[in-house]
Design a binder for this molecule. Structure first.
Ligand SMILES: NC(=O)c1ccc[n+]([C@@H]2O[C@H](COP(=O)([O-])OP(=O)(O)OC[C@H]3O[C@@H](n4cnc5c(N)ncnc54)[C@H](O)[C@@H]3O)[C@@H](O)[C@H]2O)c1
Length: 266
């Protein structure tokens, strides 16, 4: 994959995994648009990598359309669109699977799923006309397994994987490449610097995650797994769902013993 002079958009590019990706793409010669709500970090990064910063709320379709128009105006037609921005809340305060407030569910849908739809709607027709393009959608290990204690995150990240599959099947023959990225734990603000649920999960740095994503993009792999062990976990789940659920319930009980405040009360 030759990134020299390629135009790349990275949403949620100002911090965390997105920031590490922007730096990596710029190092490879790409012209990068850093799209984020955090404009102070986005401007600082854009200056450092000779890119542009675009204030964008990815959950708003008009904002995505403006991001595409501004990027194409300033940098040229978009070759690669990385939908990386994402949010996670938790099942607090009720800690039942359906107890998170509706505004957290709505934000999770809009940012973790609909933003990918808005991006594809805005860039795929132009990419097809130009002969191809690449969409990289950052989902999560929660797309394949489950993020205990955050049903909205697990549900929407699973939906993001479903949408990436539809994109790849519908547009693969149009030379639209699609990758979906499913990391386990990465030390960023989202994980408060890196916390694993089981205590055994490998927590990687954002730079390590970006290196793995970049390597997956070079191979044009659909499913990019920065944490290789996720492949085994998800095969075990697929082979025996009931056994997997029992194991997850056991893990949840272990977590509740350490953190009794996460137990729900009826
Ligand atoms: N950190 C992890 O362990 C982990 C694991 C699996 C998947 N992920 C996914 O990786 C992606 C990046 O996560 P991260 O850990 O780097 O998070 P982060 O919180 O460090 O960074 C997220 C960035 O997205 C921006 N953002 C949030 N809402 C936005 C919106 N509506 N519009 C535009 N920008 C917005 C934030 O300002 C921030 O710059 C997310 O999709 C996340 O779900 C992270």
């Amino acid at each position: 994959m030759d990134l020299n002079n390629k135009v790349v958009v990275v949403t949620g590019g100002a911090n965390g995994i997105g920031r590490a990706l922007c730096e990596k793409f710029a190092e490879a010669g790409a012209k990068v648009a850093v799209a984020d709500l955090d404009m102070s970090a986005a401007n600082e990064l854009a200056n450092a990598i000779n890119g542009i910063a675009v204030s964008t709320d990815v959950g708003d379709e008009t904002a995505i359309q403006k991001l595409v128009a501004e990027t194409e105006d300033k940098l040229g037609p978009i070759d690669i669109f990385v939908s990386n921005a994402g949010v996670s809340f938790s099942d607090a305060p009720g800690w039942m699977a359906a107890s998170a407030p509706n505004d957290h569910w709505t934000a999770s849908w809009n940012i973790n799923v609909m933003a990918h739809v808005f991006a594809a709607r805005a860039v795929v027709p132009g990419m097809i006309k130009r002969g191809g393009g690449y969409l990289v959608n950052v989902a999560s290990g929660a797309s394949l397994l489950c993020q205990m204690g955050d049903a909205a995150y697990s549900t929407t990240k699973t939906a993001a994987l479903g949408f990436a599959e539809s994109l790849a099947i519908t547009h693969g023959d149009d030379n639209i490449k699609v990758s979906v990225v499913c990391p386990l734990y990465v030390a960023t603000a989202m994980t408060e610097g890196g916390r694993g649920v089981s205590g055994q999960d490998e927590v990687m740095t954002a730079e390590q995650a970006a290196d793995a994503i970049y390597a997956g993009m070079e191979e044009e792999t659909f499913m990019i797994l920065p944490h290789a062990e996720l492949a085994t976990y998800s095969q075990r789940k697929g082979a025996d769902y009931d056994r997997w659920l029992k194991g997850m319930r056991r893990m949840r009980q272990g977590m509740l013993e350490q953190n009794p405040e996460y137990a729900y009360k009826v």
